[in-house]
Design a protein around this ligand. Structure first.
Ligand code: F0G
Length: 436
């Protein structure tokens, strides 16, 4: 499968540091500026476009059966034009995720007018797939044989799937006993090699970044700027689903801060191209025990206030040294908005509020909504605001969490074991049904 239409832009890599801004050779696999070590952006010199025509082209492709158009990333290829014509595109029909209204949760949180963009509907169950199609496509273009990442579990499942699809070998570093069983199972199921190392994501990530060059591993963590290119297409997909009406707020949970950076980049590029007029405010929500970015902004600090032993039940975002924090800070500057932090109890309440609308997600994803409630209570998000929460992962990504919260005393007897006779059933069920 390949892209047939010519790219409408030339691609380059550039350091994000204002004091540097050095361009890098796109034919070398670097994830940091060779001059100052800063993060890199994939950038394009876009040819002039007609925004209405572009929106129309994207819409037309929804009717197409071409596998490239069936991808919610490559359907927007005019803004992801890094793959040369003829490049092999590695896609699993990612994207095309639903935008669902959640009125009960919206009223609980604000009231706000709430919809959720459910990235858990991607094939491996998280938003990582929309980044991975771009990154693995790039890895194939670069002739990689082994791809690698450190992960709290979702990047790794996604990498494992896309690597399989591409015929590449996958190696993942995960912190020992810190990622949920379903996520680990997914990666193993795709044949990935799993290295359990370190006590948290940050340790595993640091070791991988150091060892990757000498072992010739192609890194697919979100410091690889091509991941960001795929993830930014969450923005046009969401806005198209809303008839190109920007919401007041887009809300995402923040871990390594790649997704918030990607959404910021998507918004900024669409604005620069004239595809959208209004940039919604961006809200990034971290878990209280793992909130280095929140603390950094609160302190107005120049350097990251890293957290050495991050803790939260939302294991996906248990990260103390987010690699992309400078890009996320830039995204907040571009879009305006806030970073908030929420406790594990607040995350559970938000997850339970969504469940009342028939919508579920993994704990990290619910952090966003918990943040909305907190910001609305503080008067920072106005009542009735039009809010889209990006739900990043599927409900079944962390079943241990659900069993812990939903089957003990705390859950109010939701789960019961009953003797297999009618009398016992009557007694127990009267108790349950009587309360309804
Ligand atoms: N939500 C979920 C479900 C995640 O898996 C992650 C990150 C995030 C939110 C935060 O996104 O890192 O871009 O700020 N998971 C990574 C992983 C770290 O390894 O799967 P971020």
């Amino acid at each position: 499968m390949s892209v047939t239409s010519a790219p409408m832009a030339s691609t380059y890599l550039q350091c994000i540091e204002e004091t540097c801004g050095r361009r890098q050779d796109t034919q070398v696999d670097v994830h940091a500026c060779t001059s100052c070590g800063g993060l890199l952006d994939v950038k394009y010199d876009f040819d002039p476009i007609n925004p209405a025509q572009l929106r129309d082209t994207w819409r037309q492709r929804r009717l197409s059966d071409d596998p490239i158009d069936r991808s919610g990333v490559w359907r927007f290829r005019e803004i992801v034009p890094f793959a040369d014509p003829g490049s092999r595109i590695i896609t699993l029909s990612e994207g095309f995720t639903p935008l669902v209204e959640a009125p009960r949760a919206g009223s609980w949180a604000g009231p706000v007018q709430l919809t959720v963009k459910h990235q858990g509907a991607n094939l491996t169950g998280s938003f990582k797939d929309v980044g991975m199609t771009a990154c693995i496509t790039r890895a194939v273009c670069r002739g990689a044989r082994w791809v690698a990442c450190a992960s709290t579990g979702n990047t790794s499942s996604s990498m494992a799937a896309y690597a399989s699809r591409a015929g590449l070998k996958a190696l993942l570093f995960v912190p020992l006993n810190q990622i949920s069983a379903p996520k680990l199972a997914q990666a193993l199921d795709f044949g990935a090699f799993v290295v359990e190392v370190g006590n948290n994501f940050d340790a595993a990530f640091r070791l991988l970044v150091e060892i990757a060059p000498e072992l010739g591993l192609y890194l697919v963590n979100s410091i690889n700027p091509f991941r960001i290119e795929g993830q930014k297409t969450i923005v046009p997909e969401m806005l198209e689903q809303r008839g190109w009406r920007s919401p007041d707020y887009i809300v995402v949970p923040g871990g390594n801060l790649g997704n918030s950076s990607a959404i910021g980049k998507g918004l900024q590029e669409l604005k620069d191209l004239g595809v959208i007029e209004k940039i919604p405010k961006l809200v990034i929500v971290q878990a209280a025990g793992a909130s280095p970015f929140y603390e950094t902004l609160r302190a107005g600090a120049k350097d990251l206030c890293a957290v050495e032993n991050p803790h939260t039940e939302a294991s996906a975002i248990r990260i103390g040294h987010p690699a992309n924090w400078k890009k996320a800070r830039r995204a907040l500057l571009w879009a305006g908005g806030f970073c908030e932090s929420v406790t594990d109890d607040e995350i559970f309440e938000a997850k339970a509020a969504l469940a009342k609308d028939g919508v579920a997600c993994e704990p990290a994803s619910a952090a966003g909504l918990a943040g909305v409630r907190k910001l609305a209570q503080a008067g920072k998000i106005e009542k009735g605001a039009d809010v889209v929460c990006v739900l990043t992962g599927h409900q079944l990504k962390d079943t241990e969490y659900i069993m812990r919260h939903r089957s003990g005393e705390k859950a109010g007897g939701q789960r019961m074991q009953v003797e297999a006779d009618l009398n016992s059933l009557r007694t127990q069920l009267k108790r349950v049904l009587g309360g309804s």
